[in-house]
Design a protein around this ligand. Structure first.
Ligand code: ZN
Length: 207
């Protein structure tokens, strides 16, 4: 689909594209004179209609009216629920905080603002939810993708295995058996994998 020459709000699409996070983006010129890159779906859906200057104006107005009402108008959408769920999971008062906060898993600074998250991830495909590629990593553009429940299951920590004298033993089962905390076992696993990937054989120096 060629959008070059078309107008979307204050934006005029230029004849220049790039690919970012597997999505096509168009160079656009705003009425205010600023240039910006916008993903195809955002133009077509009418989500982005300026370089950001329009949002800033609206935010300024809203500040006077009633502090911080969301200006994106998406508070009840599925993508917004996914975003706020992600923010909640990483809070210290979350009910399963041992799986997130206690393991040091957080949302990157950029994604603490809904618009940035939406910019990077777009709409969630049907049947998919947000998945961290490295389960010990943070919620960030580099470490997240949309994935089905099945893919996520395969990526879960409980499907990690150890090789103990040639026997395939689930990591968590073993941790349980020797009385090591889940979170500690996970860190140790990541550490061991890193060491192996460097081709090193190490053990504890006994004093
Ligand atoms: Zn502008």
């Amino acid at each position: 689909m060629d959008l070059a020459g078309q107008n979307f709000g204050k934006l005029t699409v230029l004849n220049d594209t790039r690919s970012r996070l597997n999505r096509k983006e168009w160079a656009c010129e705003c009425e205010c004179g600023k240039k910006t890159w916008v993903a195809t779906y955002r133009l077509n859906a009418g989500v982005t209609t300026s370089c950001g200057c329009r949002k800033k104006e609206a935010a300024k107005e809203n500040c006077f009216k009633n502090s911080f009402k969301p200006t994106h108008g998406m508070a009840k959408t599925r993508i917004h629920k996914i975003w706020s769920g992600m923010i909640d999971r990483c809070e210290s008062q979350y009910k399963d905080k041992q799986n997130y906060y206690d393991r040091g898993i957080s949302v990157c600074e950029r994604w603490k603002i809904f618009e940035n998250f939406y910019d990077d991830m777009g709409e969630a495909p049907i049947g998919m939810s947000i998945d961290r590629i490295d389960v010990n990593g943070n919620y960030s553009p580099e470490n997240c993708r949309w994935a089905s429940a099945k893919t996520q299951q395969n990526n879960r920590t409980n499907t990690r295995y150890l090789n103990i004298n040639g026997e395939k033993v689930p990591l968590m089962e073993f941790a349980d058996k020797i009385g090591v905390k889940k979170s500690e076992a996970q860190y140790a696993y990541t550490f061991m994998k890193k060491i192996h990937s460097l081709g090193l054989k190490i053990s504890v120096w006994e004093n």
